[in-house]
Write a protein that binds this ligand. Structure first.
Ligand SMILES: C[S@@+](CC[C@H](N)C(=O)[O-])C[C@H]1O[C@@H](n2cnc3c(N)ncnc32)[C@H](O)[C@@H]1O
Length: 305
């Protein structure tokens, strides 16, 4: 087996692939853009690396995301040294630019969708998800008097309740149309003092350690790179700060990609856990909110730094 692993790694294109997949999870189609290589060549290399346990595949409906790390203890043990060497590959800068371009395209797709469908989400959400149940469970997790950041506010349905609990509320969304809807709703409800900002969840328009509680409600499944988002939230949380997250449990409703611009068909509890631990969160608690018939299960996550 050791010989097979070493043989699998002894190829310049496969080293590039491993280096790219250590930075995130990508589909074959995205890898053809990043590495500027044909699909059949990429697929052949992926197969070789997956067979020896260096890579693994996450299937989401008809899409397959490849990622580094599988079932090879040897590969895991050499990884810290190996990863540094991969940074010196001759094509590394081009590959990093390719990764940035693919992640940017994921963000652009989601932003375009929300700019054109700002009003549609609320009614759809109530059909597909147990909204009253998870919203009330989520609000119970918000500490009284906290400085709160809500990321991906949508039409602002939660902001009024957050303002009633927090000492200060900031709402961030990357869609100008969504921010406008939320602004109108707050004005109609007579809610003042909420700071609405245009911003991207992976580059939040806030300074380090500036809020006590970050809320991410049905937004992470739009993230180009969920791990990056958790690092960013960790940055803006003050000491003992808390993240409260509600998102879909792993599902196979493929239509969510076309109809709702979802990047991820929900999440497994263990992948959320791994990303949160890697970003420095502790005391991670996950609760499943049971759906009504025909709806999706929602995961409610509380994590502390
Ligand atoms: C599915 S809606 C959820 C809205 C609201 N939280 C709710 O539960 O009703 C997702 C929201 O996140 C915003 N969003 C998606 N990707 C984002 C990103 N990368 N950065 C900031 N906001 C984002 C969208 O514009 C949209 O308003």
């Amino acid at each position: 087996m050791l010989v097979d692993i070493l043989k699998a790694l002894a190829d310049p294109s496969r080293l590039r692939l491993v280096a790219v997949l250590l930075r995130g999870e990508f589909t074959v189609q995205e890898l053809t853009i990043i590495l500027q290589m044909g699909q059949s060549r990429i697929s052949r290399h992926l197969k070789i690396l997956t067979e020896v346990g260096i890579l693994s595949v996450k299937r989401q409906g008809t899409w397959s995301y490849y990622r580094a790390g599988g079932d090879s203890p040897f590969f895991e043990s050499i990884l810290p040294v190996f990863e540094k060497e991969l940074e010196t590959l001759p094509e590394r800068n081009e590959d990093l630019s390719g990764i940035a371009a693919v992640l940017e395209e994921r963000r652009r797709r989601s932003q375009l969708f929300f700019d054109h469908n700002a009003g549609q989400w609320d009614s759809l959400a109530r059909t597909l998800l147990p909204v009253p149940e998870y919203n009330s469970a989520l609000l119970k997790q918000i500490p009284n008097g906290a400085r709160i950041l809500e990321i991906g506010i949508g039409t602002g349905g939660l902001l009024k309740e957050l303002a009633a609990v927090g000492s200060r509320v900031i709402g961030v969304d990357h869609s100008p149309a969504m921010l406008e809807e939320a602004g109108h709703r707050l004005a109609a409800d007579g809610v003042t003092g909420i700071d609405l900002r245009l911003g991207e969840m992976s580059h939040l328009p806030l300074s380090d350690s500036s809020v006590d509680c970050a809320v991410l409600n049905m937004v992470l499944h739009h993230a180009a790179d969920p791990q990056e988002v958790f690092f960013e939230i960790r940055r803006i949380l003050a000491g003992k700060g808390r993240l409260v997250l509600a998102d879909l449990a792993r599902h196979d409703r493929e239509l969510a990609r076309e109809q709702l611009a979802d990047q991820w068909l929900g999440f497994e509890e263990n992948e959320l856990h791994q990303w949160l631990v890697a970003a420095g969160f502790k005391s991670i608690l996950v609760e499943q909110i049971s759906p009504l018939q025909g709806q999706e299960t929602v995961l409610l996550v509380k994590a502390q730094i």
